[in-house]
Design a protein around this ligand. Structure first.
Ligand code: SF4
Ligand code: MG
Length: 316
C-alpha cells in the first residue's frame, strides 16, 4: 500500500538574531491511512512545528511531504484548496482556540462558509449532525464557548475540524489542558471518529501516558530530531533509546508486578540554537560515551520496524 503521507527529509529552520534555529531537523516518516502516529517529546522539541509544517500551516525550509503521492509544497489554486480541506488540526487549548465572541453555530459553520459548502437549512442540519457526532446537542447551537466545560469545548473544536470531511488530522496536544478524568473521554471520542470516518491522525503529546491507547506507532523527538520510532507495544515494552527509557520511567504502570527503574532526566533541554555536538541528547544521557560527543548517531532499524538513533546500537 502507498502511504497516505510520506514525509521526506523535512526541515523547518528559523532565523533567530542572525542564527539558525533547527526546530525540525530531518524528519522522515510514512503515515498510512487509518493509522495514528503518536508524536512525543518535551515542549520545544519541534513536534507542533513538525505537525503544522506537514499540513502546510508553516512553510518548510527543505524536504518534501507527499499526500497521496503528490508534493503538497507545490500545490496551488484549486488543488491547494482541496488539500486544505483534507487536512485539519485540533489545538491544545480549548480555552483559547475558540473565538469567545462566536456561537457554536458560527464556530462549527465557519469552515463550511469559507469553502462555500452548504447554505440555509442544509447548513444548519450539517452543523447539528457534526455536534451530535462529537456528543453535543442541537440545544448547544446558539451558545458561546464560555458556557462549556473544557472537555465540551474540545468537542466543539473537534466538530469544527470534522466539518469538511478531512482525511488527516493533526491533534496538537488535544488533551494536555484537560482534567485527567476528561482525557480518556476525548481520546475515546477521537478513536470512535477515526473508525467511523476512516481518519488518519498525528497525535502530539508531551508525555507517554495517554498516547499508548490511541497510537499504532509512536515517534519520539528530541531537540528537533527523531530519536525512536516503533509500534506502541514495542516502544512501551522494549524502549531502545535512553531518552525514551527516561520518558517511560515516569509513566505509572498499572501492573504492580512490573518494576521499572525511575530515570530522572538531569538538566534542561539545551537551546536549539546551540545544540550539543554529536548526539543532541548527550548532555542529559546516562549512557553517554566519548563517541557521542564527536559523532551524530545514525538512524537505523535495530529490530524489525523498530528504529532509533543511538550509538549503543551501532553493532546491532
Ligand atoms: Fe546517549 Fe550516546 Fe545514545 Fe546519544 S548516542 S542517546 S548520548 S548513548
Ligand atoms: Mg506544542
Amino acid at each position: 500500500d502507498q502511504p497516505l503521507i510520506q514525509i521526506k527529509n523535512l526541515k523547518k529552520y528559523y532565523k533567530v538574531s542572525g542564527r539558525e534555529l533547527k526546530a525540525v531537523n530531518d524528519i522522515n516518516l510514512d503515515i498510512y491511512k487509518g493509522e495514528t502516529i503518536g508524536l512525543v517529546g518535551e515542549s520545544g522539541c519541534g513536534k507542533s512545528t513538525a505537525g503544522k509544517t506537514i499540513i502546510r500551516m508553516h512553510e518548510a525550509t527543505a524536504g518534501e511531504v507527499l499526500f497521496n503521492g503528490e508534493d503538497i509544497f507545490k500545490l496551488k489554486g484549486r488543488a491547494l484548496n482541496k488539500f486544505k480541506k483534507d487536512m485539519q488540526i485540533i489545538f491544545q487549548d480549548p480555552y483559547s482556540s475558540l473565538n469567545p465572541r462566536m456561537t457554536v453555530e458560527e464556530i462549527v459553520g465557519e469552515p463550511l462558509d469559507l469553502h462555500h459548502i452548504v447554505k440555509g437549512k442544509a447548513r444548519r442540519d450539517r452543523i447539528v449532525e457534526l455536534l451530535e457526532l462529537v456528543g453535543l446537542k442541537s440545544e448547544h447551537f446558539s451558545r458561546y464557548p464560555h458556557e462549556f466545560s473544557g472537555g465540551q469545548r474540545q468537542r466543539i473544536g473537534i466538530a469544527r475540524a470534522l466539518a469538511l470531511n478531512p482525511k488527516f488530522i493533526v491533534c496538537d496536544e488535544p488533551i494536555s489542558a484537560l482534567d485527567v478524568s476528561i482525557q480518556a473521554q476525548v481520546v475515546n471520542l477521537l478513536k470512535d471518529l477515526q473508525d467511523k470516518m476512516g481518519l488518519t491522525y498525528l497525535f502530539i503529546a508531551h508525555d507517554l501516558s495517554m498516547v499508548k491507547y490511541i497510537s499504532d506507532r509512536i515517534l519520539v523527538m528530541y531537540l528537533g530530531n527523531m530519536v525512536e520510532l516503533t509500534d506502541s507495544d514495542s516502544l512501551y515494552n522494549d524502549p531502545l533509546h535512553p531518552y525514551t527509557q527516561a520518558l517511560l520511567s515516569s509513566v505509572p504502570i498499572p501492573d504492580p508486578t512490573i518494576k521499572r527503574e525511575r530515570i530522572v532526566l538531569e538538566g534542561e533541554v539545551p537551546s536549539p540554537i546551540d545544540p550539543p555536538s554529536g548526539c543532541v541528547f548527550r548532555t542529559r544521557c546516562n549512557r553517554a560515551m566519548e563517541l557521542c560527543a564527536s559523532s551524530v548517531p545514525e538512524w537505523r532499524e535495530v529490530k524489525q520496524g523498530h528504529f532509533t538513533a543511538c550509538h549503543l546500537y551501532n553493532n546491532a
